[in-house]
Design a protein around this ligand. Sequence first.
Ligand code: F6P
Length: 363
Amino acid sequence: MSGIHRIGVLTAGGDCPGLNAVIRAVAKTALSRFNLEVWGIEDGFLGLIQNRMHPLTNESVSNILTLGGTILGTNNRVEPRRYPVKVNGGTEIRDVTDRCLEHIAHNHIDALVVIGGDGTMTGTSHFVQLGVNCVGVPKTIDNDLYGTDVTFGFATAVSIATEALDRVHTTAASHHRVMIVEVMGRNAGWIALHSGMASGTDVILIPEIPFSIEKVCESVVNRSKRGKRFSIICVSEGARQTDGEQVVDRLDPTSPDPIRLGGIGQKIASDIEAATGIETRTMKLGHMQRGGTPVAADRVLATEFGGTAVELVMAGTHNRLVVMKGRTVTHIPLEEAAGKQRLIPVNHPLVRAARNVGTCFGE
Ligand code: F6P
């Protein structure tokens, strides 16, 4: 006997295509295969703090496989250890972990499946230390979670970014312009590298390889001299010049990860136009990359991850993160991934493959 009768599932961090596919896989595996009860916790850790959770049924998870976002709601601000509480007309930051533990016990939740990124896994490993049975499922469009070769949501983001790069090609070629597309990814350039390669982008700028604006301009001008009167640049929001800083769009002091990157595309557009005289336009793809229906690969991965998470719970293999290594789904200790990022090694085979076809990284 596993001693597990009811599991809770929550989604935390930014939304990501495939979250609902995981929720569906968790619920269906738990309900049908293991005859468990499944409770959906609302809005990530906030639902645990505020005791907002409800039973999930086969009906409530029916028809959500292709749906973007998360039916449970999510939150990328709340961390139980630093939760703003109203006190005497002011706000104090308090550790409300006890409240979460109380609600888990009160609702007879025997194990938690937590779907999130590195920040979420940091919060989850704290619960693990306090004796809560947890299994993590890695989520992020950025593909930067340590310990797994791939996260669901990434393939969808890459396909959206690729389509955008393909489409700006028309305007670039017709108007003889430089067109820049800024993509997400935080400190990792995976989305830029994959979508840039998939669309044959001339210049790819990623955080892992700081760039020189002179080299970027040189590449654009050289193309012009060769008769290619346009260039397309894919820049990751976290890219920076060799002697510069990342461009910050906004600071959110209420978030455990307060920095929101963005704006590098606009900056390099002005620099290129000023240096070369070539008309340069930029487009920031933003949350478009996280929206809408997941591509087939993400639905498949999410379904595999969700089912595996419940299997681990039932095998008593708690405190693990479900991961993909090569083509195999396996698991690692949850705390191993907490708070770490998986960046692109500068000698990654994909970087070499892009260089082989003449892609400029601005070095
Ligand atoms: O981690 C996913 C992500 O979309 C990043 O690529 C981006 O930097 C960040 O989240 C944006 O966060 P928010 O939705 O809070 O602006």
